[in-house]
Design a protein around this ligand. Sequence first.
Ligand SMILES: *Cc1c(COP(=O)(O)O)cnc(C)c1O
Length: 367
Amino acid sequence: MLDVAAQNGPLMQRLIDKAAEVIRSGRYILGPEVEAFEREVAEYIGVEHAIGVSSGTDALLVALMALGVGAGDEVITTPFSFFATAGCIARVGATPVFVDIRPDTFNLDVEQIEASMTERTKAILPVHLFGQACDMRALRKIAAKHQLPLIEDAAQAIGTKSPVGPVGGLGAYGCFSFFPSKNLGGFGDGGLVTTNDADLADKARVIRAHGSKPKYHHSVVGGNFRIDALQAALLRVKLPALEGWTSIRRQNAGRYDAAFTAARLDPGVLSTPVRRFEGHIYNQYVIRTSQRDALQAHLHERKIATAIYYPVPLHRQECFAHLGYGAGSLPVSEHASQEVLALPVFAGLGETRQAHIIDAVIQFLDR
Ligand SMILES: *Cc1c(COP(=O)(O)O)cnc(C)c1O
């Protein structure tokens, strides 16, 4: 799906030099590399404040903790996401309330949100899935009307633009991930909390380091959610290349779109990802097909890697069985989980390999 080591190849000497510099400096926890990275990545994303944290998961935890979400609260979110989105809600003691997705973009169906609100609703947590923005204009309107904070799970969406602005700055907090498979992948775990509100930025910073302010004085309970200085320093080396990699991902997605559209298959047999808004960064390129499992096996035989994001929607996970979402309760997500297949779209894919993938997909489905 992704050759991370190959991507780092051209930057190897600079990465090694940077790592050596940090190791020699003796500054391993926060410090100048973290501060410089936070400034640079905030500028890239287009937000006022960025707080480096230990993972995308911890970014979500920090945001929920900073907003005081806890026991007895409900957070409205999507069932069609990576587990961390709902896992973090449960970990702060709150209850995830799942609202179904749109069948075209796989993002939250904003029109269904209000019907799921109760007096316990404390926040809305949309996910910009696969790198495409949610309908943030509508979401912000709903959030403002009910005076609820929005937490954007932008783990797959670094650099994604929406019609109302860059993602990560459109709610109370944005949460990003530097997991190696994300568009800006680190050398281990890392994440980021973003905001345009100075007070919220301060809260997140305090929670990142045990709720300590000033040092050894704790008015709130936080945790150890710091990004490593080494990780931040290495991400600084990669950040200037991100826009170029993203534009190659867009080109690759465009080539898939053109080839699959030209094949004129029935939409049940193959449908390409719907781009509802410009500014998609294609962390994943996900097709839908009624013959998903057979197609995946066919591609596997031809040594073509694919992945299923996500085979079991979150409301159907065993750990959430007590919430009582039965089979068929969120039908669009459940149907999508049977039909989605992610094809390789990373910057190092190459036209020849992509042409081979396109041929294999069409040859199998056009029978
Ligand atoms: C990757 C991801 C996360 C978690 O990020 P980690 O850095 O792996 O902890 C959260 N939400 C979504 C949608 C993700 O894709």
